[in-house]
Design a protein around this ligand. Structure first.
Ligand code: MUC
Ligand code: MG
Length: 373
């Protein structure tokens, strides 16, 4: 039988409004920009994927525009004419010809998995070896920039049983003001919620040493990326001294980073992100390194829309231990959808579809309306 070939690859930049500004240490989001990838195959099947980052170049090395350009000019042409059903060979071909670019590769790998799942009538989770759960606990990020508004938002989420884990984005403000903000929210929510912080690398070690102590002493359950990814010695020292566990996020830009962080003892929790490892299959390699090293897991997000969120979710449901849950709430931060049926959130969980592929269909009209060109 002749192989099914990849015939064409299209990338579309989509700008979607957010429900409110989302304030991070390095950037305040007023909207979110997704790069949607459409892979057409010779059997008539289309796979969809998503490559999304936060704040242009504020978070990492790839921007929506560079992702589109690099797929259009370099990565896409390497895949056209290749066997659509051999995802190993396709991704090896990309890795051989192109360094880095894990965000772009993640969207492509997701689209190939979606196409293969539709072809075989299997959900992506089953292509990845099979799911061990059907839904995932989902945290919510409080990032309005205002303490009272954040408390109100958290109370609403608890009331409607959508989230009971809250991540606070800090680091943009003065450290003592940030600590006051976090402690006020923890005191308001008490034992009804797990409260965690993400500093997005904003502190230096001298600040972080004291701040981590204060946060741990005040019931904060987890501290994400308190200092720069470059300061490995500092991360190791903080991991030894902080009373609350330290999670690596920006420090992991590849599967190899995950290995070296594990070897150095630089974090006790890893944030798993498909975009920063090169796809749903690649992120599972990082998960395996963590499991072998006794490092706990958390299912992270780059605030993707429905496609990137479910591509992540299909990988995460194959994991046995996901001790810290996930933060796959990206679609809930957006006021609009570009798929016909939005992912379902119920009882603090995201439900992961059992339909073929990722389980999503593009809404052509909405996609055309929000696309840049
Ligand atoms: C990050 O740094 O973790 C994830 C949730 C959120 O609000 O921001 C992202 C990025
Ligand atoms: Mg983070």
């Amino acid at each position: 039988m002749s192989p099914i070939l990849i015939e064409s690859i299209q990338t579309i930049i989509v700008d979607l409004p957010t429900i409110r500004p989302h304030k991070l240490a390095m950037h305040t989001m007023q909207q979110q920009t997704l790069v949607i990838i459409r892979v057409q195959c010779s059997d008539g099947i289309e796979g969809i994927g998503e490559s999304t980052t936060i704040g242009g170049l504020a978070y990492g090395n790839e921007s929506p525009e560079s992702i589109k350009q690099n797929i259009d000019s370099h990565l896409g042409p390497l895949l056209v004419g290749q066997d659509a059903a051999n995802i190993n060979a396709a991704m090896l071909r990309l890795d051989k010809a192109a360094k880095g670019n894990t965000f772009a590769k993640s969207g492509l790998e997701s689209a190939l998995l979606d196409a293969q799942g539709k072809r075989l009538g299997l959900p992506v989770s089953e292509l990845l070896g099979g799911r061990v759960r059907d839904s995932l606990e989902v945290a919510w990020t409080l990032a309005s920039g205002n303490t009272a508004k954040d408390i109100e938002e958290a109370e609403r989420m608890l009331d409607i049983r959508r989230h009971r884990i809250f991540k606070l984005k800090i680091g943009a403000g003065e450290v003592n003001a940030d600590l006051k903000h976090v402690i006020a929210i923890k005191q308001a929510l008490g034992e009804r919620a797990s409260v965690r912080v993400d500093v997005n690398q904003a502190w230096d070690e001298s600040v972080a040493l004291r701040a981590c102590q204060v946060l741990g002493d005040n019931g904060i359950d987890l501290i994400e990326q308190p200092i720069s990814r470059i300061n490995r010695g500092g991360q190791i020292r903080l991991n030894q001294r902080s009373p609350a566990p330290i999670m690596a996020d920006e420090s992991i830009e590849s599967v190899e980073d995950a290995f070296s962080l594990a070897a150095d003892g630089a974090a006790s929790i890893f944030a798993l992100k498909i975009a920063k490892n090169g796809g749903p299959r690649a992120v599972l390699r990082t998960a395996q390194i963590a499991e072998a090293a006794g490092i706990a897991l958390y299912g992270g997000t780059m605030l993707e829309g429905a496609i990137g969120t479910l591509a992540s979710a299909h990988a995460f449901v194959t994991l046995n231990k996901l001790a810290w849950g996930t933060e796959l709430f990206g679609p809930l931060l957006l006021t609009e959808e570009i798929v016909t049926e939005a992912p379902v959130y119920r009882d603090f969980q995201l439900e992961v579809p059992r339909t073929p592929g990722l389980g999503l269909t593009l809404d052509e009209e909405r996609l055309a309306f929000f696309s840049r060109t």
